[in-house]
Design a protein around this ligand. Structure first.
Ligand SMILES: [Zn+2]
Length: 331
């Protein structure tokens, strides 16, 4: 199966009434763990790389592991997506590399820290969308800013999305998917107490933009089980807290179709390796502990695919190629 444009995966998720996780990756074990979960649960999947991940892997290495994932799992629709592109050039590079989807985060300036004005955001997002669509590549934009900082991305200040601005933004830019700020936050220390998300914003935006898949960033749940493993084996993660699965499921019902998950994958890996080292102080073969890490990613992602409702939907539709999308965008 060729790599699929993310727009198709998300449009189908609107039709089917479920959410699709977008899992951040940096290495082979993460990708293999995610693909094992997708294959077993028969789920379409979005694999995404941040700029930090592309730098760490010198881009090409990560790209070819992603391509290998698609070749190894011909029955699963897979989209490869750039997370938080900071300017036009980063997005152009990802498109050249073969990504089937890019995010241009025009809510922040190129430094990924300073918030932009609405007009600045529209300008860069529209430019990326016009360019990407020529290649059939999907574009995600963001309006409003999240709290928290991850991979160097974030202003640290949260500003919730205004639904009437969201409607204007999508019309002016032509983006295929829109990330909303509804009170979630990047990283493992999102909240001091269980968060109340601004889910009314999702409902209101969905009413105005029924065909636009909405995206939730900063949506790791930071499960207590994973934190406990880390802390029980020498880690020190006090007061970590994420978004409860019940809030994510409610957001999916109201119109969120892409759920970004990075932190939970990190927690799963860190806990598995800490435990393995502690229980096997004599082991020196990296395959042993990386293998445990891969299994932990698999288990974490598998349970999300079930909870988001993605499971069982991999064969609902015939995957499109980017070339098919080019003519769809022309119309
Ligand atoms: Zn994000």
């Amino acid at each position: 199966m060729p790599l699929v444009p993310m727009k198709q995966i998300l449009d189908e998720a609107i039709r089917g009434g479920y959410g699709v996780g977008a899992y951040n990756v940096n290495n082979m074990e993460q990708i293999q763990g995610i693909m094992q979960a997708a294959a077993e649960t028969n789920s379409p999947v979005i694999i995404q790389a941040s700029r930090g991940a592309l730098k760490y892997t010198k881009m090409l290495y990560l790209k070819y592991i992603m391509v290998a994932a698609a070749e190894d799992n011909p029955q699963i629709p897979i989209s490869i997506h750039l997370d938080h592109g900071n300017n036009f050039d980063t997005c152009r590079q990802a498109i050249e590399l073969g990504f089937t989807s890019v995010m241009i985060d025009g809510s922040l300036k190129e430094d990924s820290k300073t918030p932009t004005t609405f007009d600045e955001n529209v300008e860069v997002t529209a430019k990326v969308a016009e360019y990407a669509h020529k290649f059939g590549v999907t574009v995600e934009g963001e309006l409003g800013t999240l709290g928290g900082i991850e991979d160097g991305v974030g202003s640290g200040v949260s500003k919730l999305t205004d639904p009437s601005e969201a409607e204007k933004f999508v019309k002016l830019t032509g983006v295929d998917a829109l990330a909303l700020a509804i009170g979630t936050s990047h990283g493992a220390y999102k909240f001091k107490e269980a968060p109340v998300l601004a889910l009314d914003i999702v409902t209101e935006v969905k009413k105005r933009l029924p065909d636009t898949p909405l995206v939730m960033h900063g949506s790791s749940s930071v499960p207590k089980e994973l934190i406990d493993i880390i802390n029980n084996y020498g880690g020190n993660m006090k007061h970590a807290m994420g978004v409860p699965m019940s809030s994510i499921q409610e957001a999916i019902k109201r119109g969120v179709k892409k759920i970004n998950v990075d932190t939970d994958g990190r927690l799963a890996i860190t806990g598995a390796i800490r435990r393995y080292f502690s229980e096997h102080p004599d082991v020196i073969d990296p395959r042993d502990y990386f293998g445990e890490a891969r299994k932990a990613v698999y288990e974490t992602v598998k349970s999300k695919m079930i909870d988001f409702g993605t499971a069982g939907h991999a064969q609902d539709y015939k995957p499109l190629a980017l070339t098919d999308m080019i003519s769809i965008y022309k119309k």
